[in-house]
Design a protein around this ligand. Structure first.
Ligand code: 13P
Length: 357
């Protein structure tokens, strides 16, 4: 029963035209986002901002589920309704980030290991009761001089697989996120090599830990040049390189691949997804689980001012719709015209700032 339910949820999360909103920034990370728009990082502001996103009219046409942070899954709106109930009323599936962040990996300068396995079984039980039906764990792989090491990739893959097994045991669909960071000046080719190696090792570990591929989703980075590289690849080259790596490394049994945006400009993140879907059909659904690329526009429209609520919701709906169209390769530049969001590139780039946890 739980197995059937998990497969249904995994498929529902990548239903046609839909993707996931990552709204699971830790309190420290959302502080950086709020600082950009001069909004104090209070519990009330975090709640009001997220409630604004969740209550956006028609958002469930393009968004299937929302990843929450621990604080949010317990929060109620001003009227006392749990935010999880609001999501359900909107037809959105509640999800939860369960990792406790990437910390320095002992003995490996510049590399990280994600923490959070201790006590995770009990936390999953509670999250299920609170309404979570899917979860996320993010591992971070850094490209640099002599890194990543195999030791770092293996340690993170092992933790990801232990997490995913515990998630499925609790009846919660795991989203396995091995993020190869865009930080650095590496080439697209180097990113392709590291991403393929990482995903291959992750699936080996998932197999060893008896994770059921049909009941999970993969959340990878796209294959791009490092953000400080002078040689940025074209949309078409990013799409081709990413698909090539995924075809080499992701079993067809996995229902969907939901990309992170990783610091890309929001419009570019949509263009890349669109180009990849145009290269289909693929063995898996290709969708999005964006944080910054969905929230940059509404954050700048909101500015912490309640009277900007409707404009911010429109900006969010617009980005969600553009990405929804990209799910079937039907996005075009004209969709941006007149939306008020065409100036994404002119906005102060939250997207290039601190990485999303
Ligand atoms: P970005 O799309 O901002 O990279 O965030 C996605 C996410 O959830 C990272 O863990």
């Amino acid at each position: 029963m739980a197995a059937q339910e998990m497969e249904m949820i995994a498929r529902a999360l990548v239903a046609p035209n839909k993707g996931i909103l990552a709204a699971d920034e830790s309190t420290g990370t959302i502080e950086k986002r709020f600082k950009n728009i001069n909004v104090p990082n209070t519990e009330e502001n975090r709640r009001d901002y997220r409630e604004l996103l969740f209550t956006t009219p028609d958002i469930s046409k393009f968004i299937s589920g929302v990843i929450l942070y621990d604080e949010t899954i317990r929060q109620k709106n001003k009227e006392g309704t749990p935010l999880v109930e609001i999501l359900k009323q909107q037809g959105l599936i509640p999800g939860i980030k369960v990792d406790k962040g990437a910390k320095p990996l002992a003995g490996f300068p510049g590399e990280k290991i994600t923490e959070g396995l201790d006590g995770l079984r009990a936390r999953f039980e509670e999250y299920y009761k609170l309404g979570a039906r899917f979860s996320k764990w993010r591992a971070v792989i850094t490209i640099g001089n002599g890194i990543p090491t195999l030791a770092c990739i293996k340690a993170n893959a092992h933790a990801l697989a232990c997490y995913a097994a515990l998630s499925q045991e609790a009846g919660i669909v795991p989203i396995v996120e091995p993020e190869v960071l865009m930080d650095g000046s590496h080439t697209l080719q180097r990113c392709a090599e590291v991403t393929e190696l990482t995903i291959r090792i992750v699936f080996e570990e998932l197999f060893m830990q008896r994770v059921v591929f049909e009941q999970m989703l993969l959340k990878p980075n796209m294959v791009t040049a490092g953000k400080d590289s002078p040689e940025q690849a074209s949309v078409s080259d990013v799409a081709k390189a990413t698909i090539r790596v995924l075809r080499h490394s992701v079993p067809a049994a996995v229902p969907g691949i939901v990309f992170l945006s990783g610091g890309q400009n929001d419009i570019l993140a949509t263009e890349h997804l669109n180009a990849m879907n145009q290269l289909g059909p693929h063995p898996w659904q290709l969708s999005f689980s964006y944080g910054r690329a969905l929230q940059d526009a509404p954050l700048h429209a909101w500015l912490g001012n309640p009277s900007n609520r409707a404009t911010a919701q429109q900006a969010f709906l617009h980005r969600a719709e553009c990405n929804g169209m990209a799910r079937s390769g039907k996005y075009s530049e004209q969709l941006e015209a007149g939306s008020g969001n065409g100036q994404a590139t002119a906005r102060k780039p939250i997207v290039a700032s601190a990485s999303q946890d």
